[in-house]
Ligand binder design. Structure first.
Ligand SMILES: Nc1ncnc2c1ncn2[C@@H]1O[C@H](COP(=O)(O)OP(=O)(O)O)[C@@H](O)[C@H]1O
Ligand code: SF4
Ligand SMILES: [Mg+2]
Length: 345
C-alpha cells in the first residue's frame, strides 16, 4: 500500500502532542452534602499530534466536546487524566513561570466575536491587554504603536485604535480577536469555531486572513468547526469527533475522499454541493435519532445507536482509532470500509 501524497508539514515535527486526554464533569445531587451521581464525559480519551506549520481541523456536532478540548489545551479546565506537551514541555502540570511561558506560546480565538470582547474597553486596550499580563513580552517602545501594527496586520484601520467593539461589524470584531491572539507572537493558535457566528460571505474572508497569517508567522492551528465544509479549505488534516472521542483522523484527502467511518461518511453526505448538477440525493445518509447524552454514552462504539452498520460486536467492544485494512488512516470502526460511490453498485 503506498502512502498518500501529503504536504511536508503533515509529516513534520510535532509542536503539540495530546495523549488520551479526558475531562469528566461530575454530576452532583444534594444541597448540603453534594454526592457525585455521575459524570458528563465531555472529552473521553482524545489523542493527536499537531505538526509545526500545520492546520488540524476538528469537526463534530454541537456538544461532542470540542470547546472542552480547546479549554483543556488552554489550561482553562483541569483534565481528569491524560497528557499534553507543547514543544516537548508538559502543558498540564506546568505552573508559575513555566505556565506563563507556555501560555504565551499558545493563544485562542473564540467563537463569538460579540461576547468575547469587553464592550467597555477600546480596541487598543483589548489588543494590548496581553502585554499587561506578560510584561516581558511587551514592546520596548510604544505599546500603542505595536497595537496599530497588529490592527494593520489583520486588515483593520490602525486609526481606529480608540474605538469600541460595538463600532465594528462581526467580521471586524473577529479580526480584533485574531489581533489580540497574535500580540504575544504565539506559535500555536487554537481557533474555537472562529467563523460560526459570521455571515457566510464574511467567513471566507476571515479564513483567508488566518491562512495568510499562518504563512507570514509560521503558525500552527487547531481549527474547530461543527461543519466539514468549513474546515476543508484551511485544514491539512482533519479529526472527526463524536461524543468526546476522535473517531477518524487523516489528511484532507483521506477524510474527504476516503473516509471509512460511517459517522464521517454521514457528515460528508450532508455537506452541500454548490453545483446543482453534481448533487445526488440518493447519496445522502440521513442519521436517525439524537446524539446520546455524554453522561450516559452507549457501551462499545459510541456511535452504534445511530449506525446502520452496527452488529453485536459494536455493543461489546469499543473500536480503537487505528489504521484499518480499508485505508491506512486511523478510524474507530470494526467494519471500516470505503463508501460505495453514490448510486454505485
Ligand atoms: N462546565 C461544565 N460542566 C458540566 N458540563 C459541561 C461543562 N462544559 C461543557 N459541558 C458539557 O460537556 C459536553 C461537551 O460540551 P462542549 O465541549 O461545549 O461541546 P462542543 O464545543 O463540541 O459543542 C456537553 O454535554 C456540555 O453540556
Ligand atoms: S463500530 Fe459498529 S456501530 Fe461503530 S461505527 Fe463501526 S459499524 Fe457502526
Ligand atoms: Mg463549542
Amino acid at each position: 500500500m503506498t502512502a498518500p501524497a501529503s504536504p511536508a508539514k503533515v509529516r513534520g515535527e510535532t509542536i503539540l502532542a495530546v495523549d488520551d486526554l479526558v475531562k469528566h464533569f461530575p454530576i452532583t445531587r444534594g444541597v448540603l452534602l453534594q454526592r457525585q451521581v455521575g459524570a458528563v464525559r465531555a472529552v473521553d480519551g482524545v489523542s493527536f499530534a499537531l505538526h509545526r506549520g500545520e492546520t488540524l481541523g476538528i469537526v463534530g456536532e454541537s456538544g461532542c466536546g470540542k470547546s472542552t478540548l480547546a479549554r483543556l489545551l488552554m489550561r482553562l479546565e483541569t483534565p481528569t487524566s491524560g497528557r499534553a506537551t507543547l514543544e516537548g514541555r508538559d502543558l498540564l502540570s506546568a505552573s508559575g513561570g513555566e505556565l506563563r511561558r507556555l501560555r504565551r506560546n499558545m493563544q485562542m480565538v473564540m467563537q463569538d466575536p460579540y461576547t468575547s470582547l469587553n464592550p467597555r474597553m477600546t480596541v487598543g486596550d483589548i489588543i494590548g491587554e496581553p502585554f499587561d499580563i506578560h510584561p516581558d513580552a511587551a514592546p520596548k517602545g510604544s505599546k500603542r504603536g505595536r497595537v496599530q501594527e497588529l490592527l494593520d496586520v489583520v486588515g483593520l484601520n490602525p486609526e481606529h485604535v480608540n474605538r469600541y467593539p460595538h463600532q465594528f461589524s462581526g467580521g471586524q470584531r473577529q479580526r480584533i480577536g485574531i489581533a489580540r491572539a497574535l500580540a504575544l507572537r504565539p506559535e500555536v493558535i487554537v481557533c474555537d469555531e472562529p467563523v460560526s457566528a459570521l455571515d457566510v460571505s464574511i467567513q471566507a474572508q476571515v479564513i483567508n486572513l488566518l491562512e495568510q497569517l499562518q504563512d507570514e508567522f509560521g503558525l500552527s492551528y487547531v481549527f474547530i468547526a461543527h461543519d466539514l465544509s468549513v474546515v476543508r479549505h484551511i485544514s491539512d488534516r482533519v479529526a472527526v469527533m463524536y461524543l468526546g472521542r476522535i473517531v477518524e483522523i487523516g489528511t484532507e484527502e483521506e477524510i474527504y475522499e476516503r473516509a471509512t467511518h460511517p459517522y464521517t461518511q454521514a457528515l460528508l453526505s450532508a455537506v452541500p454541493v454548490p453545483d446543482p448538477d453534481a448533487r445526488d440525493d440518493a447519496g445522502i445518509i440521513r442519521l436517525t435519532g439524537d446524539v446520546p447524552s455524554p453522561a450516559d454514552p452507549p457501551s462499545g462504539c459510541h456511535f452504534r445507536t445511530r449506525c446502520w452498520k452496527a452488529e453485536d460486536i459494536c455493543a461489546r467492544e469499543d473500536p480503537p482509532t487505528v489504521p484499518r485494512p480499508a485505508d491506512p488512516h486511523p478510524s474507530a470502526c470494526h467494519f471500516a470500509a470505503l463508501r460505495d460511490p453514490p448510486g454505485g453498485v
